[in-house]
Design a protein around this ligand. Structure first.
Ligand SMILES: [Zn+2]
Length: 355
């Protein structure tokens, strides 16, 4: 992941440290960009594997539960993606359902570089932050790198250009360029969110024509700041529904403006997957399907995604932790989405983006 600007030098140092470090399967790469949504029961863990088998893990689920989320992540990394290391481990923000296993993973598998929004001195909503962050600091050997809005990285990709841009971090958003957002008026401001959700790192991946947006738990007012009055992101193909599908996020001014074809919601049986968010998704002009990691046990079946688009229907105690995978063709022109190893991949065409 070479930083195009403004940290080109440090980017080179990182690149050098990876040489020889990729998976033994790197030479068998199929040129595709794979995006796994790992079920961590209402937390988040999103693994991206590039055409050269460089791996980026964004968030790591909840700690404890006998290593449940750590083990699910390791299973996908090793046994599904066939990797022997994680090249980049990103923390979207400092809540336990997002950085719960960074330290535990580092004890099990080599991690090349840690990335986050910067480590605050304290966190008002977590009285144990000091202890928890000590584990992260130790696992990252105090060398995690700070992501800032506007940072852009180029990833190795021989056939089709692959970039990742930080579009929000620490409540900062990228410059409000682009064409006016016709959905800007759909956002009424909410009371200020002083939690770390509002500080989430949001990343825009661009692979040829294909675009994927993931925003952690970014909340309403910062979502609005990002895309009003203008939309600097444009349209995307794939969208990770923000904040597990909770209605304090997923401002229609953002969700309708980016107009995804496919959305994936990382909800749990009783967390997220909210009907207001589902109503917002149903208002997306180009949306063909949305996938849920879980059936929301508190909503009737007809109020959520059809059964075939729900990865896990059982309560957590019986849950197998089935993942959802999107896989983008080497030329970026189409992609498939499938549920679990035995799911039938459904193909979608990458759209021409009308900005
Ligand atoms: Zn969360």
């Amino acid at each position: 992941m070479r930083n195009v600007r403004p940290l080109a030098l440090s980017g080179l140092i990182i690149l050098a440290s990876w040489i020889g470090g990729h998976s033994a399967w790197a030479s068998e790469s199929d040129g595709r960009l794979d995006i796994y949504f790992i079920d961590v029961e209402g937390g988040a863990a999103n693994l991206i594997v590039t055409p050269t088998n460089e791996s980026i893990l964004i968030d790591s689920g909840y700690p404890d539960n006998n290593g449940r989320d750590r083990d699910r992540i390791l299973d996908v990394v090793r046994n599904v993606a066939g990797l022997e290391r994680i090249d980049h481990a990103v923390v979207s923000h400092w809540h336990l359902d997002h950085y719960g296993n960074h330290a535990a993973l580092a004890a099990e598998i080599p991690i090349g570089q840690f990335w986050d929004r910067g480590i605050p001195d304290a966190l008002q909503e977590d009285k144990d932050f000091e202890t928890r962050i000590a584990d992260y600091r130790s696992a990252s050997q105090n060398e995690s790198r700070t992501l800032r809005a506007g940072n852009t990285f180029e990833l190795d990709s021989p056939e089709t250009r692959l970039t990742v841009k930080v579009v929000t971090a620490s409540r900062e958003v990228i410059d409000n360029t682009g064409i006016p957002n016709p959905h800007a008026g759909e956002s009424e401001p909410m009371p200020e969110d002083t939690s770390d959700n509002a500080a989430s790192v949001s990343l825009l991946f661009t692979f040829g024509k294909f675009k994927y947006l993931t925003c952690g738990d970014l909340t309403w007012n910062v979502e609005a700041a990002l895309v009003t009055p203008n939309n600097p992101i444009g349209m995307v193909d794939l969208f990770m529904v923000t904040h597990h599908g909770l209605p304090t996020s997923n401002n229609p001014a953002l969700v309708h403006a980016i107009d995804p074809t496919v959305a994936v919601m990382c909800n749990g049986p009783t967390k997220g997957g909210h009907e207001q968010t589902i109503a917002t998704l149903k208002g997306v002009k180009s949306l063909q399907n949305w996938y849920q990691l879980h059936r929301n046990v508190n909503l009737p079946d007809e109020a959520q995604a059809p059964k075939a688009f729900i990865a896990n229907s059982d309560p957590t105690v019986n849950c197998e932790g089935i993942w959802v995978k999107a896989s983008v063709a080497a030329d970026g022109e189409s992609y498939t989405v499938q549920i679990g190893p035995n799911g039938k991949p459904q193909t979608y065409q990458t759209r021409e983006k009308v900005r």
